[in-house]
Design a binder for this molecule. Structure first.
Ligand SMILES: *Cc1c(COP(=O)(O)O)cnc(C)c1O
Length: 381
């Protein structure tokens, strides 16, 4: 018999929703033509592509022509930073401000830019996992060409003051990019309200397919193309459009937007129960901000316990969660995010992240609490 799993690792990836799967199916075997083909079937693909672009633009409050579909969040992050850097260089501005808790798609791209002569300032978040707008303001210099601050963190769920930072960047005339991969589908994003110039998101974090994402870039920003070839995506991302996945992304995003209030209320209820249960474990320390956070993400350190060991004990019990980010899992390095919050190596290595979604139940949460409590006690003995 198939083993029953409790999936509490939704910040790593999510199960696809039925609506997204169903929306994609016709584009695999019926409307499969190349959207660039001139024939009628091609025109149908092109029309579907346009309407998907319109749909996501509406959710983000931008123009359809400001949406560039990519292979995911990592590609969008790479393209945003590389484009802003190229624009900065032309003006003799080679300083970038970001944070020490960004995803590796940002941090490793910044390292590559540093090797090309750019100077990077990485802000350290406060103890609650939030970088303040004041910190950003103080880091801006005459040569700053880009501020990149994530919308919400993937390990702690801490939500950053994006609107304030956006207003600041607008005032100082600096481009503002945000990695909204964890926020999209979970928080209302409005690029105009928040003065966001560039934004990355990825479908598989909100019940859409893997391998598809987008970069929003304001129409006045000249993007650098990372992939050369055909003229797709207004010449900024070559390659035949992944129409089934684009339809899946648009459908999942719209669905998430329409059910956001209801999902947030439900997931917050689960989350609060989980926090209550984990708070009762001796030596359990909450990581992040209890108020300014995503509804479903919870991160705790368990004093005197190795997170990886705890993770595998829980895995044997059918509970899927995470210690540190998926990308650094398996490595012995503690999470760079938790270290940036000021945690010691030992405390950071004892951390677990649970990320819930609307498919989880209160029963599952109670099981998680029981199993974590048992496992922590067992490891301490
Ligand atoms: C998952 C994630 C990414 C990477 O997105 P992919 O679509 O998997 O490439 C980037 N940033 C954050 C914050 C993420 O959580």
């Amino acid at each position: 018999m198939e083993k029953q799993f409790i999936y509490a690792d939704n910040a790593a990836t999510t199960k696809m929703s039925d609506v997204a799967v169903r929306a994609m199916l016709p584009y695999l075997q019926e409307i499969y033509a190349n959207a660039s083909s001139v024939h009628l079937l091609g025109q149908r693909s092109a029309a579907a592509l346009f309407s998907a672009r319109q749909q996501v633009a509406q959710v983000l409050n931008c123009a359809p022509k400001e949406v560039f579909f990519t292979s995911g969040g990592s590609e969008a992050d790479n393209q945003a930073l590389i484009s802003a850097a190229a624009l900065g260089k032309k003006q003799g501005k080679c300083h970038i401000v970001s944070t020490a808790m960004e995803h590796h798609a940002i941090l490793h791209t910044l390292e590559a830019l540093e090797a090309q002569g750019f100077t990077v300032t990485l802000l350290r978040p406060q103890a609650d996992g939030i970088v303040t707008a004041t910190q950003v303001a103080e880091a801006i210099t005459d040569t700053t060409c880009l501020i990149s601050v994530m919308y919400a963190n993937n390990e702690t769920g801490a939500i950053q003051p994006i609107r304030e930072i956006g207003a600041l960047c607008r005032k100082r005339g600096v481009l503002f990019h945000t990695d909204a991969v964890q926020a999209a589908g979970h928080l209302t994003i409005n690029v105009q309200r928040d003065n966001i110039d560039m934004l990355s998101l990825s479908a598989h974090k909100f019940h859409g397919p893997k391998g598809i994402g987008l970069l929003f870039a304001k129409s006045n920003i000249q993007l650098t193309s990372l992939i050369r070839g055909g003229g797709q995506e207004r010449g900024k991302r070559a390659g035949t459009e992944n129409l089934p996945s684009i339809i899946g992304l648009a459908t999942a995003l719209k669905d998430a937007q329409e059910h956001m209030q209801q999902n947030t209320a439900y997931i917050t209820g689960l989350r609060d129960a989980l926090r209550n249960g984990l708070d009762k474990i001796d030596g359990a320390g909450f990581n992040g901000s209890r108020e300014h956070c995503l509804p479903g993400t919870v991160n705790y350190s368990f004093q005197g316990v190795n997170g990886e060991t705890l993770l595998s004990l829980l895995s044997n019990e059918g509970i899927c969660c995470s210690s540190g980010s998926a990308c650094s899992a398996g490595s012995l390095e503690p999470s760079h995010v938790l270290l940036a919050l000021g945690l010691s190596h030992e405390t950071a290595k004892s951390a677990l992240r649970f990320s819930l979604c609307e498919y989880n139940t209160m029963d599952e949460v109670q099981t998680i609490i029981t199993k974590v409590t048992e496992a922590v006690n067992r490891l301490r003995r």
